[in-house]
Design a protein around this ligand. Structure first.
Ligand SMILES: *Cc1c(COP(=O)(O)O)cnc(C)c1O
Length: 360
């Protein structure tokens, strides 16, 4: 089976983990977490960084540190990961979902910023901006609303805004998941970053036990050392990872371009190919392609499925572009480590499925 997602783990990672475990045996203490936090904050270009045990807990801490609570409202794109909906619910707030753009050529399925203004009222406490699939959202437009922004950079680690700053460096707080299905892997893990001293103090207070004589509610969310060892090793190779994704994407485009009914992405240098998303011709549904793919042992995906509004039973007609993306967009494996014969096989599989659909 050619899987849709796979971490790129090599002997280098193995060596680092073995060395760490050997040090444990000899009783040597290595603070891998602090080292990783330093490296990650240097990479993104944000002052404060804490390594946590998941993207979900990072989102939870981000909302708590902004003091988002019961009956507050948090604005977010509907076309994203369930973890974001969960985090909003953890703090008792209400998710206010917004439809997305539908720009296949630029692979831009991020929040439609023109639909945000109408959603803002005195209960609005934060906007969560997930940069989806490797493509940055238009954060400058969203900053104009003057609502605290949480960037979720999980699916676009290493991508840049048009001003060349890395995503994750502009929001009031930003988070990343380092789960093994993401850009770099800590096996499980997350990161929270901020340049704001006040938020930084809140974050530390929420995470650290025994930091005060008075009782405050703490969360045991920090990353494990072993995860930090892996995360550090992976972060050092991020440029290589991104380059390999781009090479795979170019190869995929080359093969798929023979079928003019498929609409392919042509994305710019600032983006990363976390996903390679194709628009299918209207005679074949994404659902069918995913199902047929399994018959050939190729795992195709649907980008996001289901979107958040589907989980909470909101009217589908309000989320036109997300619905269209769920029906017409398929996601093709593009991760580092894919071999040429695998790329050929899965692309030919897609071409076969689509061509056969045409003749029906
Ligand atoms: C996976 C993901 C998360 C959740 O991260 P976990 O580490 O699995 O908790 C959050 N946001 C986005 C955009 C994700 O893709």
């Amino acid at each position: 089976m050619i899987k849709l997602v796979k971490p790129y783990i090599t002997d280098q990672d193995n060596g680092a983990i073995n060395a760490y475990l050997k040090n444990l045996i000899t009783g040597e203490d290595i603070d891998a977490i602090t080292e990783f936090e330093k490296n990650f904050s240097n990479y993104i270009g944000v002052k404060y960084c804490r390594a946590l045990n998941s993207g979900s807990s990072s989102l939870h801490i981000a909302l708590l540190s902004l003091k988002v609570g019961n009956c507050d409202e948090v604005i977010c794109s509907t076309h994203t990961c369930l973890a974001i909906l969960n985090a909003i619910k953890y703090v008792g707030a209400n998710p206010i979902l917004v439809d997305i753009k539908y720009d296949v050529a630029n692979m831009n399925f991020n929040i439609n910023e023109n639909m945000i203004a109408d959603k803002i009222n005195r209960k609005t406490k934060a906007i969560i901006i997930p940069h989806m699939f490797g493509v940055p959202a238009d954060i400058e437009e969203i900053r104009k609303f003057n609502i605290p922004i949480i960037e979720d950079g999980t699916l676009s680690l290493g991508a840049k805004f048009s001003n060349s700053r890395l995503i994750g460096s502009i929001g009031d707080i930003s988070i990343f998941s380092l789960h093994k299905s993401k850009v770099i892997s800590a096996d499980v893990g997350g990161v929270i970053l901020t340049d704001n001293e006040e938020y930084k103090n809140e974050i530390d207070k929420l995470l650290d036990y025994a930091s005060s004589q008075n009782y405050t509610l703490n969360y045991n969310y920090t990353m494990g050392d072993l995860n930090a060892v892996l995360a550090n090793k992976q972060l050092k190779r991020i440029r290589e990872f991104i380059r390999m994704r781009e090479e795979n994407a170019n190869r995929i485009s080359e093969i798929l371009s023979v079928n003019k009914n498929l609409k392919l992405p042509k994305i710019s240098k600032n983006h990363i190919y976390f996903r390679y998303l194709v628009e299918l011709p209207d005679y074949i549904a994404a659902e069918e392609v995913v199902k047929k793919g399994y018959e050939y042992e190729v795992e195709f995906g649907r980008g996001v499925y289901p979107a958040l509004h589907n989980y909470i039973g909101l009217d589908k007609n309000i989320f036109v572009n997300s619905e269209k993306a769920q029906k017409r967009i398929v996601s093709i494996p593009v991760y580092p480590g894919l071999k040429e014969n695998e790329i050929k096989f899965m692309c030919n599989t897609l071409l076969n499925i689509v061509t056969r659909g045409e003749k029906k």
